[in-house]
Structures are given as C-alpha cells and as structure tokens.
Design a protein around this ligand. Structure first.
Ligand code: PLP
Length: 412
C-alpha cells in the first residue's frame, strides 16, 4: 500500500482539500528533503493503517478486562497483543503501552516510584538530559529536586566517577540514565551498581536506543533498571507514543501511575499501531535494519570527522551523532540554517564543552529509506560543502533532491 495514492484517492481530498493539501505537502517535504533528525523515522504503511483505523473512535479507560467503557472486547485484544509483543521483544516481565508520549512515560515512572520533593540524579540538561530530567520549565524540575551529573568536557563520555560521587553525597531516591544526545552505549550495569550502593531506584530513559535494543544492536536496560521508559517512534519505527517496561513486582504501581494517575483514556489506534511496530521489530529484517543504522552512523561520523568537524566522543555506537561545526567557521545555529536551505533537516544540540551549540544527526530515517554506507559518505561530503559554502544552496538542494529521489520513503 502506498501512502500517496491512498491520500489522493481518499475521502479527505474530496471533503477537505485544504487539509489534504497540507498532508500531501508534508509527504512531499519528507520525500524530497534529507531527514537527519535523530529522533525521527518513517513508520511503515501498516503502522499508518493502524493509526488511521476505526480504533481511533474507541474510548477505553482502564486495562484489558477492566475497562470503564463498554464495547472494549476487540480493543482489549489489540492491547494484549501489544503488551505481549513488547514483553517478548525486550524480555520484560511487564509492559505498559498506554503512555501517550515519551514524556508521559517518564512522568508515570516518577509517579510510580517517587513523591514530590524527592531527590533524583540525572544527566544535566546542558549535557544531553531531556526536559523531563529536571528542567525548571518542566514538571520534573518543579516537583523534584534534581541533581545533574555531566560528561567529561574532553571525551564527551559520561563521567561515571562523578555519578558515583554525587549519588553518595545526595542519596537520591532515583537515578535516571538516558539522554537526547548521547551517542555511546550506556553502562547500565554500572548505574545499577551505583543505585544499589545508595538504595536508589534506577530509571532508564531509553527513548533513543530502544529500537536498537529491539534489533540487538544496543545493550538492553531491562535486566538492570527498575523501570525502563521509552518512545515508540524513534529508531523503533512505530507510532508517536511511549511505553514502560518493568518487573512484575512494580507492574501494578506502573499501571496505576499511567491510568488513572497521569492519563485518561488510552489511544487504542496508537496501541494497535505499537503492536504492529513491535511485530515488525521482532523480524530478522529489523535486526538487519538496526545494525545498518549503526553502521551508517559510524560511516557518517567518520566522514564528518574527516571533513574537520569535531565529532563528540570521537564517534558513535548508535544511530546518533553530535558534532561541533566550528572548525569549519560556522556555529551550530548558522549551520542548521544553511543546511535547511539545502534541504538537509537536522537539529542543534548542546555540546559537552563551552556554551556553543552543535549539530545532532541520526541515521534511523535514511536507513529505513534504504540508504547505506555509500550514501552516508556522500551525505558527509555534501554537509561539509554546504557548511563551507563551497556549493550554492540551490545546487546543494538539487543534489539532495537527486539523492533522496532514489530512496522514497513511501514509493508507489
Ligand atoms: C531521552 C528522552 N526522553 C524523553 C523524550 C520525550 O519523548 P516525547 O517527545 O515523545 O514526549 C525524548 C524525546 O526526544 C527523549 O529523547
């Protein structure tokens, strides 16, 4: 099934051409520009079909077999399938697939384990912590007393000695490991050891690497963390949403923290789409995909380093790369703007050293499109040419269009 004909033939085009045009415009944008936003991916047509299904109509507060609404017998099956597939995929005793987003999953993890005012140790925001890891603009920073650990200014690697020292000093109720920008595997065993030493819960916010975990291309936090929070829409390639994984002893607390504590009715179309994505992620094809994502990121990182950009930590273990473009004479914000004009879509991010902004890129989406190492080398060279202004942005835009034209996300 291809998306374009579906949209074109769809009732939406006849009933609401204005919105149909917007949807098709976004499809064109995604198909004609280079998607290097590290948090994004292209879901499959099957996932999109589940999202746009009549399950979107169904109210289903509660959990399978214990709902506050009638008529839930079919959606109950969908949620059970999603839960069973998530448990099998990640080797977890319990899964909750109702969180509307990654942030909602983190909120539920805190609600399950903490009380307002508790001390929590997490990666500081300037080093790649997420808003839910203690930002004053977020509930986390207002309701909990966050202490931030950092990364080494030189290596960009998590300063595990500092994690241990801060844990001993502050005796947090929970330690959070996970980041929006950390390109290396996290040492979950070491975090577990520190958490045990100070009697803290360990919460792994694996929003970014969880898809790599599903494909066997990154270590699994489930055996180490009390609760694992994740998104389903990044490398995992599912619908936009969140989930929680934990052992059976915390299952009831986690479920009650999601509903009724922090959410109302579950989005059953999204839960069905999560089930579809978990099914896809359990296939050998997805395992190959996850490893290709990492291989692509490594080639792209070394290409960028060869062009003179400073690659944080000297490379990557994952889908994610952060770089300082300053050696090319351009700061992160200007670099993002220049690249956007050429049709290259990516984000700015904090860098471990100083206040300057860097660039954050990821290879999940381009790998889904079928690009490999050859294309990564081409992308690395093109990015450097654009940043050095060695190529006119119109010519670079044409080159991007030419490149992505051979790898349509939804051909047909
Ligand atoms: C580490 C981490 N936690 C939480 C989130 C929040 O996910 P969402 O945007 O779905 O709320 C993200 C999203 O990028 C993330 O990277």
């Amino acid at each position: 099934m291809s998306v374009t004909p579906v949209l074109e033939a769809d009732v939406l085009r006849r009933q609401d051409p204005e919105l149909a045009e917007i949807l098709l415009g976004e499809l064109t944008r995604q198909s004609t520009t280079l998607q290097l936003v590290a948090a994004e991916n292209f879901t499959s047509p099957a996932v999109l079909a589940a999202l746009g299904s009549p399950l979107a109509n169904k109210y289903a507060e509660g959990y399978p077999g214990a709902r506050h609404h009638g008529g839930c017998e079919i959606v109950d099956v969908a949620e059970r399938v999603a839960v069973d597939r998530a448990k099998a995929l990640f080797g977890a005793e319990h899964a909750n697939v109702q969180s509307h987003s990654g942030s909602s999953a983190v909120l539920a993890a805190y609600a399950a384990l903490l009380r307002p005012g508790d001390t929590v140790l997490a990666l500081g925001l300037p080093y790649g912590g997420h808003l839910t890891h203690g930002s004053p603009a977020n509930f986390s920073g207002r309701w909990f007393d966050f202490v931030g650990y950092g990364v080494d200014a030189e290596t960009g690697l998590i300063d595990y000695d500092q994690v241990r020292a801060l844990a001993r000093t502050h005796r947090p109720k929970a330690i959070v490991c996970g980041s929006i920008a950390y390109p290396r595997h996290i040492d979950y065993a070491l975090f577990r050891e520190v958490a045990d030493e100070v009697g803290a819960y360990l919460i792994a916010d694996a929003a970014h690497p969880i898809g790599l975990v599903a494909g066997g291309a990154a270590p699994n936090p489930v055996p180490y963390a009390d609760v694992v929070c994740a998104t389903t829409h990044k490398v995992l390639r599912g619908p936009r949403g969140g989930m929680l994984l934990c052992g059976s002893e915390l299952a009831e607390r986690v479920d009650r923290a999601v509903f009724p504590f922090t959410q109302g009715g579950a989005q059953m179309n999204t839960i069905a789409a999560k089930a579809v994505a978990f099914g896809e992620a359990a296939t050998p094809a997805f395992t190959a995909y996850a490893h290709q994502v990492v291989a692509n990121a490594r080639v792209l990182a070394s290409g960028l380093a060869a062009e003179g950009l400073v690659v944080t930590t000297g490379g990557t273990d994952t889908h994610l790369i952060t770089v300082d473009p300053m050696p090319l004479g351009v700061d992160g914000r200007t670099a993002r703007g220049r690249l956007a004009a050429a049709g290259v879509v990516l984000d700015c991010c904090a860098l471990p050293h100083g206040d300057a902004r860097g660039l954050r890129l990821g290879t999940a989406a381009v790998t889904t499109q079928g690009m490999g190492e050859v294309e990564m080398a081409r992308i690395g060279a093109l990015l450097a040419e654009v940043l050095r202004e060695k190529v006119e942005s119109r010519r670079a835009r044409d080159e991007v269009r030419d490149l992505v034209g051979g790898f349509l996300p939804y051909p047909g």
